[in-house]
Design a protein around this ligand. Structure first.
Ligand SMILES: *Cc1c(COP(=O)(O)O)cnc(C)c1O
Ligand SMILES: [Zn+2]
Length: 461
């Protein structure tokens, strides 16, 4: 690979703007330490004239190699993330997700019918949106000749990494080795089960997610592991495609709002980049607003943006504010704490990119309490989709923004459901069986004697 490649890496801060070729495995700018983007020389890429060209690919037979790529909800859009050749792409059927028109949920929360949609990423092979990112990151890992990949995880990243490692065949016929660092006792069982079952080396660290993140970064430097967390800019290239599928589901019309839970802020970052690029390429004529929803117990972005006035300012970010905030958090011994374990993160690694998304999309940040998140999740379940706790933050955030009058009932809104309902069944059962006193939509089981008279007494008219 050389600097004449049509794809390269670039520091996101314009004041630095250093560029690097794809052959360097980088997770931060070597010059200034900022995050990196994957960039393209679009004039030399085969960019479609209209997004409608992708329609033709959807129904194609997947018995051929290209057919399988078209069946992938990531690689169907390969011209919009052209950092590898078609024969290099890793796929296992990721991104075959749907945009659901949530008419009953809309009615229940007082939204106009046909204006509320749920982008259900739980339909991915490992049950969360992370698969979109892994398809891209594993493609890059193999292209770089890596044999071992690692991540720190609240659960879904490790499940997805473990699965993709088994599907990524190397030149010598073996598969990639997956190594996952999980924080002590916080991981949801559905997710841990996956990492163990797919044979990933699973290291249970006595510490929280932020501690795992710091450890895995040190291990990648010292032990040459390839890092698969969302600081890996290729992960975010894969996650851009979630927005392409949202547009696809709307017949290529742009919605008014995207509402997304915010943890490490990888999705928020990827979505902003997707719209920035589509707009610059003339493939969409306007950009939707993005609302990022933190959990109240893990609300670093909310605090920095809404309480401390932090903003992207064209890349001139006041990093002293961030440093001071995180220092105070440490000094006070404050740790992220929420029932939504997938967003229980105090030091979001993609903070600067998320600030850029807020600037590009005229976006906003809100926080939702655990009670609000669980009620949001229960509403999604009640109307037949289901999701894990973190995903419930998007519906909780929407309800809040509607109550504030920020989002109008007639506006077209897409809530992102990031993970599958079965990832964290303990939380769901606790909610419905009276272990959460504030539950508003609980559906407790009813006990009955084993005879037909008792059943008739319960169910008879
Ligand atoms: C990883 C994850 C999140 C957090 O996403 P970020 O991109 O890190 O903000 C939210 N929900 C689920 C289910 C996840 O797995
Ligand atoms: Zn830089």
């Amino acid at each position: 690979m050389s600097a004449t490649d049509i794809a390269y890496q670039q520091c996101i801060l314009p004041a630095c703007g250093a560029t690097f070729d794809l052959g360097q495995a980088l997770f931060a700018c070597p010059k200034c330490g900022a995050l990196l983007d994957v960039r393209y020389d679009w004039d030399r890429c085969d960019v479609p004239k209209s997004l409608r060209v992708f329609d033709e690919r959807r129904g194609r037979s997947n018995t051929t190699r290209l057919g399988r790529l078209d069946a992938s909800g990531v690689w169907r859009f390969r011209e919009l993330l052209p950092f590898a050749q078609p024969d290099e792409l890793v796929t296992l059927g990721e991104g075959r997700t749907i945009l659901a028109n949530a008419t009953h949920l809309a009615k229940e929360i007082g939204h106009e019918p046909d204006k509320l949609f749920l982008q259900y990423e739980g339909f991915n092979p490992s049950g969360s949106f992370k698969d979109n990112g892994m398809a891209a990151a594993f493609t890059m890992a193999r292209k770089l000749g890596k044999r071992r990949v690692a991540c720190a995880s609240t659960g879904n990243t490790s499940a997805s990494l473990a699965m993709f490692a088994r599907h990524t065949t190397l030149a010598d016929g073996t598969t990639m080795e997956g190594i996952v660092f999980v924080g002590g006792d916080k991981i949801a069982f559905g997710k841990l089960a996956q990492a163990l079952d797919y044979g990933a080396r699973t290291i249970q660290v006595r510490g929280d997610f932020d501690a795992c993140m710091s450890l895995v970064k040190q291990s990648t430097e010292r032990l040459g592991l390839y890092l698969m967390n969302s600081v890996n800019p290729f992960r975010l290239e894969g996650q851009k495609t979630i927005m392409y599928r949202v547009l696809e589901g709307l017949g290529w019309e742009v919605p008014d709002w995207i509402v997304v839970p915010g943890g490490n802020l990888g999705n928020s970052s990827a979505f902003g980049k997707a719209f920035m690029e589509l707009h610059a390429l003339g493939l969409i004529d306007r950009i939707p607003r993005i609302a990022i929803i933190n959990a109240t117990g893990a609300n670093t972005l909310h605090e920095l943006v809404n309480e401390h006035g932090l903003a992207f300012h064209g890349g001139d970010i006041d990093h002293d504010k961030v440093t001071a905030y995180l220092k105070e958090m440490d000094e006070q011994g404050r740790r992220a704490h929420t029932v939504a374990s997938a967003i229980e993160i105090g030091r979001p690694v993609n903070l600067d990119k998320a600030l850029r998304t807020l600037e590009i999309t005229n976006g906003i940040v809100r926080q939702a309490s655990d009670e609000e998140i669980l009620d949001g999740k229960a509403l999604v379940g009640k109307h037949g989709y289901g999701c894990e706790p973190a995903s419930g933050a998007s519906v909780a955030g929407l309800r809040k923004l509607k109550a504030e009058g920020v989002i109008g009932s007639e506006e077209r809104v897409v809530c992102i459901l990031t993970g599958h309902a079965l990832k964290d069944p303990n939380v769901t059962v606790d909610y419905h069986t009276g272990k959460k006193p504030d539950a508003s939509y609980d559906n407790p089981p009813v006990a009955a004697d084993a005879d037909i008279e008792s059943i008739a007494a319960l169910l008879g008219e």
